[in-house]
Design a protein around this ligand. Structure first.
Ligand SMILES: Cc1cc2nc3c(=O)[nH]c(=O)nc-3n(C[C@H](O)[C@H](O)[C@H](O)COP(=O)(O)O)c2cc1C
Ligand SMILES: CCCCC(=O)C(=O)O
Length: 363
């Protein structure tokens, strides 16, 4: 590619050029047939925007408030693991990039820098992400998150076991050391059968964790809990009953169960079930400012960005993370101006058409 990247897809190409194949495959891959992986992106293309003209758009304000935290735009860095496989400075560089853009940083417990290192590296508002780990691991995570000024817990609930990413199995992907586990698990899992990331997950996860156990998690922390991995109205209702502070519509970047719907196709069902009782956040396949606009129009309060941030990190470290977030912010600002929306609250359901509406027009 000649010249500087002009959109986040070009950052993926840069990342592919600099990363060893095994790492690029790990970051970019999805589960099994990777059907949902493609759909997460394709489904956005099937939604059209209904712009309004002759609105005063001389000033655009993208700022919003998420769980009480003011951010410059409805963008959050998604919690993703293993950033040192992308860049030696790992999650510290990512968090600094997020801080420079004044957006919230999601930190995975399976990070390669410790949560303490990330916490002391910058002033970004940080949320810690956990899985349904065995209880002693979760209790340790909660204590450390509170001590280190994390502002919320993201409980990723779509991972009672790890999805099958076949590229990782073929490549015999070796997980980097997940430093947050030091002293918590006795052995570093190894497997000669394929990806050892799977063996790692099997050793740490508690697949019996279910809805009633959220009460236990709530009993050991004062931090608000966001539940990540909701794809149906039924589960959204259960999440509200369990008393979560927010819901993240996500299929884990299509890395868990293949043939789940593209997340943008599942968003409205969840939004309807939630009835504005808690904020609904969204991730999966966001590559353009127009994608963010569409997710907001369908009811999301903010979006999480996974792979593009990792690609920025791989290509240019902290600067790359910053550039990726800035690009998405600039594109969202442009979209809002051209669609006649001055603030994020001006973006409504009537600013998009989905396939459902287009079918109705034809009938
Ligand atoms: C390499 C990689 C690692 C991930 N690790 C985690 C993780 O540790 N915890 C988690 O909840 N989600 C994880 N995710 C999922 C992201 O949080 C997010 O849901 C997803 O990346 C969004 O889709 P996108 O990559 O298309 O933006 C990971 C995703 C990728 C690509
Ligand atoms: C045990 C690491 C889990 C990372 C993860 O969630 C993913 O790769 O999707």
């Amino acid at each position: 590619m000649a010249g500087e990247p002009v959109n986040v897809n070009e950052f993926e190409e840069l990342a592919r050029q600099v990363l060893p194949k095994i790492s690029y495959d790990f970051f970019s891959g999805g589960a099994e047939d990777q059907h949902t992986l493609k759909q997460n992106i394709e489904a956005f293309r099937r939604i059209t925007i209904r712009p309004r003209i002759l609105v005063d758009v001389s000033k655009i304000d993208m700022s919003t408030i998420i769980l009480g935290h003011k951010t410059s735009a409805p963008i959050i860095v998604a919690p993703t693991s293993s950033h040192q496989l992308a860049h030696p400075e790992g999650e510290v560089a990512t968090a600094r990039g997020a801080a420079a853009c004044n957006v919230i940083m999601g930190v995975a417990f399976t990070s390669t820098c410790t949560m303490e290192e990330v916490a002391s590296s910058c002033k970004a508002v940080r949320f810690i992400q956990t899985f349904a780990f065995k209880r002693e691991i979760t209790a340790n995570m909660v204590q450390r998150a509170e001590r280190n000024g994390f502002r919320a817990i993201i409980l990723t609930a779509d991972t009672p076991r790890l999805g099958r990413k076949e590229a990782d199995i073929k490549n015999k992907m070796i997980a980097p050391p997940f430093k947050n586990f030091e002293g918590l698990i006795s052995t570093v899992a190894v497997s000669d059968k394929g990806s050892n990331v799977e063996a790692y997950a099997a050793e740490t996860l508690d697949p019996s964790f279910c809805w009633k156990d959220i009460a236990w998690l709530k009993s050991i922390t004062k931090l608000p809990i966001l539940i990540k991995g909701v794809l149906t109205g039924e589960d959204a209702t259960k999440a509200i009953e369990a008393g979560v502070a927010g819901i993240i519509v996500s299929n884990h970047g299509a890395r868990q169960l293949d043939y789940t719907p593209a997340t943008i196709s599942a968003l409205e069902e969840v939004v309807h079930a939630v009835q504005v009782k808690v904020p609904v956040l969204f991730d999966g396949g966001i590559r353009r400012g127009t994608d963010i606009f569409k997710a907001l129009a369908l009811g999301a309060k903010a979006v999480l960005i996974g792979r593009p941030v990792i690609y920025g990190l791989a290509a240019k470290g902290e600067t790359g993370v910053k550039q990726v977030i800035e690009m998405l912010k600039n594109e969202l600002e442009q979209t809002m101006a051209l669609a006649g929306c001055r603030t994020v609250d001006d973006i409504t359901r009537s600013h998009v058409n989905t396939e459902t509406e287009r079918m109705e027009c034809r009938m």
